[in-house]
Design a protein around this ligand. Sequence first.
Ligand SMILES: Cc1cc2nc3c(=O)[nH]c(=O)nc-3n(C[C@H](O)[C@H](O)[C@H](O)COP(=O)(O)OP(=O)(O)OC[C@H]3O[C@@H](n4cnc5c(N)ncnc54)[C@H](O)[C@@H]3O)c2cc1C
Length: 499
Amino acid sequence: MRVIVVESGGLAPQADADALSEIENVGVSRELNQSLVRPRGLGGASQIWTGRCAPFDEVDYARRPWVPHSGWPIGSHEIDPYLDRSAAHLGLGIGRGFTEAGPPRRFRRSPAKNVMDGSLVLPFFWQFSTDAMRRYDSMRFGKRILQGTSDNVRVFLNASVVQIDAGPTVNSARGVEIVGPDGARRTIAAPVVVLCAGGIENARLLLASNKVAARGLGNGHDLVGRFLMDHPRGGVATFDHRRVNALGDHFGLNFLGTGQGSYLFCRGLRLSPQVQEREGLLNCAVWLSEIVMHDDPWSALQRILRRRGTQVRRDAMAIASNLGLVVKGMYRGVSGQVIPRKLARLELNCTVEQLPDPESRITLSDRVDRHGTPISRVNWCVNDREQQTVRRTAELVAQECTRIGVPAPVLEDWVRDKAPFPPSFGEVAHHIGTTRMADNPGEGVVDRYCQVHGIRGLYIAGSSVFPTAGHANPTQMIVALGVRLADTIKQRAKSAHAA
Ligand SMILES: Cc1cc2nc3c(=O)[nH]c(=O)nc-3n(C[C@H](O)[C@H](O)[C@H](O)COP(=O)(O)OP(=O)(O)OC[C@H]3O[C@@H](n4cnc5c(N)ncnc54)[C@H](O)[C@@H]3O)c2cc1C
């Protein structure tokens, strides 16, 4: 097969490319500078992502009577082999298995009395993506594609797709129309088109491809752009930072040693499926964030080594006056443990699944970008259920900490007072659900193979196909579904060739 990757941006950030992502926001407040959340350029948001990865929980695929519009047409048995294969692409120690098998043996050190009630909260583990060539960085897919591209793959940069062609009867992909830096329009003919422009642009491109189908492609049931979800996130409580070691059985960073090397992972807690069902809540998870002091010696050392900042003298002082911590950190570093920092605060962070809400949606604005394509009008909604879930999760964590005798967190006032999310508890640039997957075209835009219902050869990759969002950061699932989609396309091409 011959593959053409069509990328709107270039190899470095470009304001003119980012300007094409402008949005009109009419819902809950979101970042308006889209270059901070959806930078155009080869590799997309992986140019700036944090690399936190996790698979979905079993409950995330299920049809849950208390969550309207929930339920994936495919289950974990279908996705699991691809989550395993995603590890190689993302630079992870293992694909999945943390949640079922628990942490590696050397971290299983909680005596029975120190275990939280699993019917309320369960341990959860995130891994961090690592670039094999730059061990302290997350995988940046743009750089990787340039290093590893095969002869059958061509990459067109500074080429923005403005229309998808699905033929005169709108039933099969024919190719795309692009605009290059010279402003000229060209067409690329292709029997297979995979839309992978991110959760907002995927919907926008389908809606704006309305030359033949007036409501846009795949939009016969007015579903394209609906069910926009993110993962509202923020601090819900603080712990006494002097007791950080006492929390190590339940929270914190560790290294996982494998035959291939050592990989960073983070442990935290998730809300149990039993509580979700009993109390009609969504999925939710918490972990600990270490907020370091301004004179943390390791931050100072990093700044000096990276030649960032102008305060070299002050940074040198910070190192000299915290030599005990430096020596301890060096010992821990050499023995494969996480380096202790000089802490100002320990924050309990929380992230929550959103209700799939058809009113939370992307439509086309009356304003157009410089190519004449309408920009996205974003009406992101946050519902009470998300707020109840976060407050309840924080309460249960505090309750369980107290019960088993580890330092309990002090809940934020808004959590205790059952108030709505404060402004600091907001979006995290996860754009999910806008071209959701369902077997029935009346309930979803793509089928279980990620093909747009009724349009042969037009596929979608990315979190826009997720019918529900879980609490997990989306990229490991995106990559797993991407690998599965590649298999589907290759198998279908092979069958067509053989016929
Ligand atoms: C600061 C930050 C931190 C994050 N941290 C994490 C994390 O720790 N873990 C995690 O799982 N996720 C994280 N994310 C989210 C993660 O980056 C996204 O989920 C992921 O990048 C989505 O991948 P995608 O390929 O679907 O879309 P994108 O990464 O958005 O890529 C879309 C690509 O399509 C191109 N494009 C768009 N429109 C067109 C067009 N019309 N024509 C041609 N090309 C077009 C864009 O230029 C871009 O290259 C983070 C995001 C941000 C902003």
